[in-house]
Each structure stands twice: as structure tokens, then as C-alpha cells.
Write a protein that binds this ligand. Structure first.
Ligand code: GMT
Length: 383
């Protein structure tokens, strides 16, 4: 198949999933055309069968704001026509699904370009609900030829919030469990916890919905009982507030802000437990990557997290903001070696059995086939 993929190229789960999906599909012999405003950060080296098409926005003085959605639609048309795409798979509804709809309309008559939209999270639960976007998002979802959501939670939210009767397929996030796997022999752990301390870790884009300050508050309570360190990976709007909180709580020696990092596997495999106390989380790819490395997860009970984290099996789940309970769970687990080892094995097993790329990528392929066969059936009946 010749597949166009549009995503946000910056740090963030939807861009990671879109790019990793593209890489896997390319390995399976499909021709992949990535259309975005920058090269996705996970696409740092040449891969056969993957082509990148950069969207440039016009800087004409009359345009006070860049017309990205329109430039994207034009680029989609250009790539679809000249590369003879079979379908366009867009990740994150705003504005990608809308630009794709426009591209499809422009191409009407020349080729029935099929649009698959994957809903990832705040495109549905936050931004899309803003009154100025709601009808646009609903329209773009309804007009897609196929829609997937990364969790049952997100599917249900889409149906209720947007009053959509679209048939939405749940295709969860996936991870490469050959890459993300336990490894106790690494140097980073010795540097970060030289006295044999326990290591807690959190990775995110430090947006308010991630509640990173809660991560720090949980750690503060744990550290009073268990000698430990906290590693924070990533960057974003809440980072300064988190650094201020660490100064206020006198935690600067124990909390390491690493910023954006490429070597996530080494960091995760140097850690004991992953914290994700989010206010909103449609799936929690970061937690899945940690589980694949054998880390139990302590999370909030929101969104799709309970579909990933099995309470009292691969970790623990508590109400949003209940930092006391989350800290208690962490202490219980880190103080009980037998239980910890069991949870660690369970986490790894769940990631391998349910969410490995080899299990999920073929589901996308079948979904594409289904969407394309609808096209064939339609054109047969029209002819
Ligand atoms: O929806 C977002 O906030 C952005 C998006 C991203 O690009 O990181 O994150 C979402 O998509 C990920 C990949 O499907 C999910 O694992 C995250 O849970 C989800 N984030 C939220 O729902 C807050």
C-alpha cells in the first residue's frame, strides 16, 4: 500500500505512535509518505520506503497568522496525486483530519482518497471540546472513512461528547518490546543512585494535565520512608513550577530534571517504578514503555489508564490528586521485594503479550484493508 501519514513531529505520544507505525509498515513493504511541518523526532535516520514531505507555510504580510491547515491540505493533495497514495492516515484530529477532508474534496473525481483518522487524546477530551472547535471536530470525524481511538475510554468519550454514530475501532498504543526491555546492567543507575537508592521516574511533556507537581509531592512522601531519587524526563509549560516546588520542598539534591532525552530505554531500565498521576490520559504510552522495561506503574484512575495498568497486578491506581494513597502504594511495593518482582514480571508480560508492535501493527493493516475494500464495494455498485 502507499500510505500518507500526518502527525505532529514534536515530542508527544501521537507523533511517536504515528512515526513508529510508519517505520513498521515500511519494514512490511508498504510505501510511507510522512507529511508534516518538520521531520518527526523519531525519524532521525534513513529508512527504506519512508519519504518525508515538509509542509511550508506562506509568509505573505497579509497573513498575520500562518495558514498551516491550508498549506497542509495543499501538500496532502500534491503528495496523494504524485505519489498515488491509497490512503491518508492522520494522527490527532485537529487540524489534521480537517485538512485531510479538504484534500479529499479537492481531489474529488481524480481519485477517491481514503482518510483514516486516529484520535489520541486531548484532540477529543480537551481542545476539541472548545466551543469554537466542537462542530469542526465532529464534522471531521464523521467525514473520515475510518476512525480509530487508542482506548475504549476515548471511543466512548468521542461518541458521547460529539454525539457521533461513527463506527470507531479501538486500536491501542504499542511498543517495541525488543527495544524497551529490562536491563539491570547499566551505568546510568550507578550515577543517579550511587548509594543504592530506589529510583522513581516520570516522563512527559510537562503540560498541566500531566500533574507533574503531584509526582514531586508523591516522591517527597516516599523519600521520608525509603532512600530514593526521582528522575523527571521531558520539558514543557509546567517545568518551571516543578523546579520551584522542588526548591520549596528542599528536594533539589534528590530530583533530577533531565529535560528532553533520546536515551529513554537506559533511563527507564535504571529505574524501579513509573509515576503517572495525570488528570487526563487517553492511553499513557509513556507508562507502557516503562512496563515493557519491567517497571510497575502507579497512576491515577483517569481515562484509558485502567485499560493499561492492572490494579494490584502491574501497579496501582488511585483517584486523581490522591498523592497520599499513591505514595503509600509506592512504599508498599518498594518495601516488599517479592511483590515488587512479581509486579515487575507482570508489567513486562502484559506489555509483550498485549501491546507489542507485532500484535498491534497488523490490526492497523487490516483496518486499512477494510477501509479500502469499502471503496471497492462502493465503486462496484456505482459502476
Ligand atoms: O492528546 C494529547 O494530549 C497529545 C497526545 C500526544 O501527542 O502526546 O497524547 C495522547 O496520545 C498518546 C498516544 O496515543 C497517549 O498515549 C496519551 O495518553 C494521550 N495524552 C492524553 O490523553 C493527555
Amino acid at each position: 500500500m502507499k500510505i500518507g501519514i500526518t502527525c505532529y513531529p514534536t515530542y508527544g505520544g501521537s507523533g511517536v505512535i504515528a512515526t513508529e507505525l510508519g517505520k513498521e509498515l515500511a519494514l512490511r513493504g508498504h510505501e510511507i509518505h510522512i507529511i508534516s511541518y518538520a521531520l518527526p523526532f523519531k525519524l532521525s535516520q534513513y529508512i527504506e520506503n519512508i519519504f518525508f514531505h515538509e509542509v511550508e507555510t506562506s509568509s505573505y504580510p497579509l497573513f498575520e497568522f500562518p495558514l498551516y491547515s491550508l498549506s497542509l491540505a495543499s501538500k496532502m493533495v500534491e503528495v496523494a496525486e504524485y505519489e498515488k497514495l491509497d490512503l491518508l492516515h492522520v494522527h490527532y484530529a485537529i487540524p489534521h483530519a480537517t485538512s485531510a477532508f479538504l484534500a479529499k474534496q479537492i481531489m474529488n473525481g481524480k481519485k477517491d482518497l481514503k482518510i483514516v483518522t486516529t484520535l489520541h487524546g486531548t484532540d477529543i477530551t480537551l481542545v476539541g471540546l472548545e466551543p469554537s472547535f466542537l462542530s469542526l471536530v465532529k464534522f471531521s470525524i464523521d467525514q473520515s472513512d475510518g476512525v480509530t481511538a487508542v482506548s475504549r475510554f476515548l471511543k466512548e468519550k468521542t461518541i458521547t461528547h460529539y454525539n457521533s454514530d461513527k463506527d470507531i475501532e479501538v486500536i491501542p498504543n504499542f511498543v517495541d518490546t525488543e527495544l524497551f526491555k529490562p536491563n539491570t546492567e547499566n551505568e546510568f543507575r550507578k550515577r543517579i543512585a550511587p548509594e543504592g537508592e530506589k529510583v522513581l521516574v516520570h516522563t512527559s511533556n510537562f503540560r498541566v494535565v500531566k500533574r507533574v507537581p503531584d509526582t514531586i509531592k508523591i516522591f517527597e512522601k516516599v523519600r521520608k520512608i525509603i532512600p530514593s531519587k526521582l528522575i523527571l524526563v521531558g520539558d514543557g509549560p509546567d517545568r518551571s513550577e516543578c523546579e520551584r516546588l522542588c526548591r520549596e520542598l528542599d528536594l533539589c539534591d534528590s530530583v533530577k530534571f533531565l529535560g528532553k532525552q533520546e536515551g529513554l530505554v537506559e533511563i527507564l531500565t535504571s529505574s524501579d517504578l513509573f509515576l503517572i498521576p495525570s488528570q487526563s490520559e487517553s492511553f499513557g504510552l509513556a507508562a507502557l514503555e516503562a512496563m515493557a522495561c519491567g517497571l510497575p506503574v502507579v497512576s491515577s484512575s483517569v481515562g484509558g489508564l485502567p485499560e493499561l495498568v492492572k490494579h494490584n497486578e502491574t501497579g496501582f491506581i488511585a483517584e486523581i490528586g490522591d498523592v497520599d494513597r499513591m505514595a503509600k502504594y509506592v512504599v508498599d511495593l518498594l518495601n516488599n521485594e517479592k511483590k515488587y518482582n512479581l509486579f515487575s514480571r507482570n508489567s513486562r508480560k502484559r506489555a509483550v503479550d498485549k501491546f507489542d508492535k507485532s500484535k498491534i501493527v497488523p490490526i492497523y493493516e487490516s483496518f486499512y484493508d477494510e477501509v479500502l475494500s469499502k471503496q471497492e464495494k462502493t465503486s462496484v455498485s456505482v459502476d
